[in-house]
Design a protein around this ligand. Structure first.
Ligand code: PGA
Length: 250
């Protein structure tokens, strides 16, 4: 099954106008000659950098993503941002339910589900994040956790809607820690997540791995049959590292 492969950078709360431009200059220069045709590169940047990065990427193959959005369409939601506002900035993808938002900003499976629905309604592609904590991993609860998160996050969506979602499996203990899941474990969990999806969509949806993916370990992870790409945090902040990851999708 030839699924689209995706390398998505998650800049988190990093970079300012000048450093973002520097980084994007290198990424843009590299892409036309080196990025395989079936691979999408997405950069998920802070809200304040959307317009700058969009101006640089709009005639390139690089797609623009945000890191969060509101489930509401508009109105009295101080500090929130809507799909319409993101789309106006050139955004096509949006990370939803990142573990940092679930753990530190009280996002629940219910708000994640609402956000995915709002994103899809507005034609934004959700990058829907799931993954177990270290404690859950150690107790052997990974499958229970990811299957619950998958089911709750996608609840009420039709198969046609689910087809438009990208899932990112990110074990929380691997995020920003330098401790990557082994290629065997990452493959096993991602294959299991795929099995939780409805029959008509499970072979179509791209599922990414995230958690300390970098220039050194990307190739062996991306070579796994069910791993369709990566959600890259730390390594997306350095052009060389990010491009090594993207270039590992051969
Ligand atoms: P990391 O972050 O690559 O720095 O571990 C991944 C993520 O949080 O999306």
């Amino acid at each position: 099954m030839n699924r689209k492969r995706i390398i998505a950078g998650n800049w988190k709360m990093n970079l300012t106008q000048e450093s973002a431009k520097e980084l994007m200059k290198d990424v843009i220069k590299w892409t036309p000659k080196n990025l395989p045709n079936d691979v999408d590169v997405v950069v998920c940047v802070p809200f304040t950098l959307l317009s700058t990065v969009h101006a640089m990427t709009k005639n390139t193959r690089i797609k623009l993503g945000a890191q969060n959005m509101s489930w509401a369409e508009k109105g009295a939601f101080t500090g929130e941002i809507s799909s319409e506002q993101l789309i106006e900035q050139g955004v096509t993808h949006v990370i939803i339910g990142h573990s940092e938002r679930r753990e530190m900003f009280n996002e629940t499976c219910e708000t994640v589900n609402k956000k995915i629905k709002t994103a899809l309604k507005n034609n934004l592609t959700p990058i829907f994040c799931i993954g177990e904590s270290e404690q859950q991993f150690e107790k052997g609860e990974t499958n229970t956790v990811v299957s619950r998160q998958t089911k709750n996050g996608l609840e009420g969506l039709t198969d046609d809607e689910i087809k438009k979602v990208i899932i990112a499996y990110e074990p929380i203990w691997a995020i920003g820690t330098g401790k990557t899941a082994s290629k065997e474990d990452a493959q096993k969990v991602i294959a299991f997540i795929r099995e939780q999806l409805p029959k008509g969509v499970k072979d179509i949806i791209p599922i990414l791995y995230g958690g300390s993916m970098n220039a050194q370990n990307a190739k062996e992870l991306l070579d796994q049959i069910d791993i369709d790409g990566g959600l890259i945090g730390g390594a997306s902040l350095k052009a060389h590292d990010f491009l090594c990851v993207a270039g590992s999708c051969i």
